[in-house]
Structure formats: structure tokens, C-alpha cells
Design a protein around this ligand. Structure first.
Ligand SMILES: CC(C)(COP(=O)(O)OP(=O)(O)OC[C@H]1O[C@@H](n2cnc3c(N)ncnc32)[C@H](O)[C@@H]1OP(=O)(O)O)[C@@H](O)C(=O)NCCC(=O)NCCS
Length: 154
């Protein structure tokens, strides 16, 4: 449980019953959203860390998915309901996923982000992520380069 402003968020592993809300937030967040099946597939992977944040009314505010294999982890997805953004929920989710990955042995974490995605870049930089490379025209809808960021555990 964590408190931020007036919202009290509970972070917990996602389950099947969360997927409808997760897909709704996903579709409101990305031009090339993951499908329900994409989320289900990731849920079945042992190395996946898939957390949702729910408020005191049990409404999902956001989610994060990280894959932690050997000493490396990767943030595959993170999104916050547009109505709940800018109140540190993204930071709360990311910190929880990074902490769990580190608990499982991750020494570094990678992720890709659209180069124009300022809110996400700001969040990642505030958590120690640094740009290490660029993937040209990596994203569709719209086409855009991805920046590859890395964060090392010290
Ligand atoms: C990226 C995202 C998860 C951040 O969630 P959030 O709950 O709004 O983020 P937070 O409130 O924790 O803010 C984290 C940082 O980003 C900054 N930020 C938040 N919204 C911002 C905005 N619209 N413009 C610029 N910076 C912003 C905050 O100021 C904060 O930085 P600070 O700590 O230096 O003040 C959210 O914007 C989102 O869901 N975006 C759509 C999906 C997406 O792009 N995911 C990332 C894919 S790589």
C-alpha cells in the first residue's frame, strides 16, 4: 500500500479479472496498443512481473510489466489511466517493478521509448535511466524512432 496525495494505491500482481480495465487504459494510451491476448500471454510467463495499481474503490489506475531474466530486466509496458496521470502513479508503478526485478537478481534494466514521449522520458530519467542507443523507425502508428534506455543497479 502506498499513499500519494489523496489517492491510496494498492499495488498487486495482475489477474484475469483486471484485463478489461487494463486493455481500456492501454487503448487510451497507445496508437499501437497491446491486445487482450498480448496481456494474457505475458501473464503466463514465469519471469514476468505484471503489477496493477488499484484505488480504494478497487478501480485500476495503471499497470506495469517487466521481464526479469538472469541479471537483466526489461520494462515491456507501463501506462496510467489518462485521468490519473501527473500524480506520481507512474513513478510508483515503475519503482515497484524495478524493486521486484532487483529482488529477483536484475543488475540492469532496459526499455524502449518513443523519442517524442516527454512524460515517459522524464519519468525514466528521474529513475536513473540513460540513453544507450536508438532504433530507427521502430514504432508504427505513427512511425517513430525508439530510444533504448538502460538503468544500472549500483
Ligand atoms: C508515462 C506515464 C506512465 C507517466 O505516468 P504518470 O503517473 O503521469 O507519471 P508521474 O505522475 O509519476 O510523473 C513522473 C514524471 O513525469 C512528469 N510528467 C508527468 N506528466 C507529464 C507531462 N504531461 N509532461 C511532462 N512531464 C510529465 C512528472 O512531472 C514527473 O516528473 P517529476 O518527478 O520530475 O515531476 C503516463 O504518462 C502514461 O501512461 N503515458 C502513456 C503511456 C506511455 O507512454 N507509457 C510509456 C511507454 S515507453
Amino acid at each position: 500500500m502506498a499513499t500519494e496525495g489523496q489517492d491510496i494505491w494498492t499495488l498487486r500482481p495482475a489477474n484475469d479479472r483486471d484485463l478489461q480495465e487494463v486493455v481500456r487504459i492501454e487503448q487510451a494510451s497507445f496508437g499501437d496498443p497491446w491486445s487482450d491476448g498480448d496481456f494474457r500471454s505475458v501473464m503466463a510467463v514465469r519471469h514476468a512481473i505484471f503489477l496493477v495499481a488499484e484505488d480504494s474503490a478497487r478501480k485500476i489506475g495503471g499497470y506495469v510489466i517487466t521481464m526479469a531474466v538472469t541479471d537483466e530486466s526489461e520494462v515491456l509496458n507501463i501506462a496510467v489511466d489518462p485521468e490519473r496521470r501527473g500524480a506520481a502513479l507512474g513513478a510508483l508503478l515503475l519503482d515497484a517493478a524495478l524493486a521486484e526485478a532487483e529482488k529477483r537478481g536484475a543488475r540492469s534494466t532496459f526499455l524502449e521509448v518513443r523519442e517524442s514521449n516527454e512524460p515517459a522520458l522524464r519519468l525514466y530519467r528521474s529513475r536513473g535511466f540513460e540513453e544507450i542507443s536508438r532504433r530507427r523507425r521502430y514504432y508504427k502508428s505513427p512511425v517513430e524512432d525508439a530510444l533504448v534506455l538502460r538503468r544500472a543497479v549500483h
